[in-house]
Design a protein. Structure first.
Length: 269
């Protein structure tokens, strides 16, 4: 069967980027077994031939009405698929889906009938919010960074912006490249609409959201930028935890120095 990627270099690049990031997530130890998910909005790359493709699956109910996604197309990691396999064989471990006209169901159109991520409701809710808010963000990455998840087991870090300010203070790059900080969502059942709704609410203020005792979700213009924000936050967490393991509380950048960074880089918060 002809691949949807043939003669479509821009679409192939999107899938290659997803595969590359999937490899990074696995190498970092953030993607145990089938842990983590990636979805990318590729609607702008859907030509007339793609739009005419027949479904290769039954229509599947999303479980929610998502009005801004009508006719949208996404590349999604498959459910129960491993990041290490997505990195090597993206078209065997992911699929392209089309949101149906009722905005409440989807169908797989290529290349294989790989059922999308179990967190699809959360991901599509985020994409629906992003489109509705006029954002140019196209990528959602969810993964399980060991250091960041560990920090959510301390109730003191779960208060609003406590972890943001701590991680910002560990290294200047975090303040510069994660300028909105880190939102926090109290524990909710994975794959639930409760988690999806809470995540969308946090995206009104943040680009990276921490799911307590679970993982991180990041949104950005592309999958590389979404990964980079998580990677940068993780570096700060590692610096903090390394200092603590050496027996001292890290001093961190002062409020004066962080304000200096805010002015120098014209940061929003």
């Amino acid at each position: 069967m002809k691949s949807i990627l043939e003669s479509r270099p821009k679409l192939a690049k999107q899938v290659a980027d997803v595969a590359e990031v999937a490899g990074y997530l696995w190498q970092k130890g953030w993607a145990e077994r089938n842990g983590g998910n990636i979805t990318v909005n590729v609607t702008e790359l859907a030509d007339d031939e793609i739009k005419a493709l027949p479904a290769i699956s039954e229509k599947v109910q999303i479980g929610n009405m998502l009005p801004h996604l009508k006719g949208c197309y996404f590349f999604c990691k498959g459910t129960n698929k491993r990041m290490r396999d997505l990195a090597r064989w993206p078209m065997e471990n992911g699929s392209f889906i089309r949101i149906c006209d009722n905005c409440a169901s989807y169908e797989i159109i290529a290349d294989n009938p790989v059922k999308p991520t179990s967190e699809l409701a959360s991901h599509l809710s985020m994409h629906n919010y992003l489109i509705g808010s006029g954002s140019n963000y196209k990528a959602v990455v969810h993964t399980h960074p060991i250091d960041l998840v560990a920090m959510t087991h301390n109730p003191a870090f779960l208060k609003k912006d406590v972890l943001t300010k701590l991680l910002w203070s560990m290294i200047p790059e975090t303040r510069a490249f994660c300028p909105k900080g880190l939102g926090i969502i109290p524990y909710a059942l994975p794959s639930s609409f409760e988690l999806a709704d809470a995540t969308v609410k946090q995206l009104e203020e943040y680009d990276v959201v921490m799911w307590e005792k679970h993982g991180v979700c990041s949104v950005s213009e592309n999958v590389m930028e979404a990964f980079d924000m998580i990677d940068t936050l993780s570096k700060s967490a590692q610096i903090y935890l390394t200092a603590k393991s050496m027996g001292f509380e890290p001093e961190g950048l002062s409020d004066v120095l962080m304000e200096e960074l805010k002015v120098a880089f014209n940061l929003p918060k």
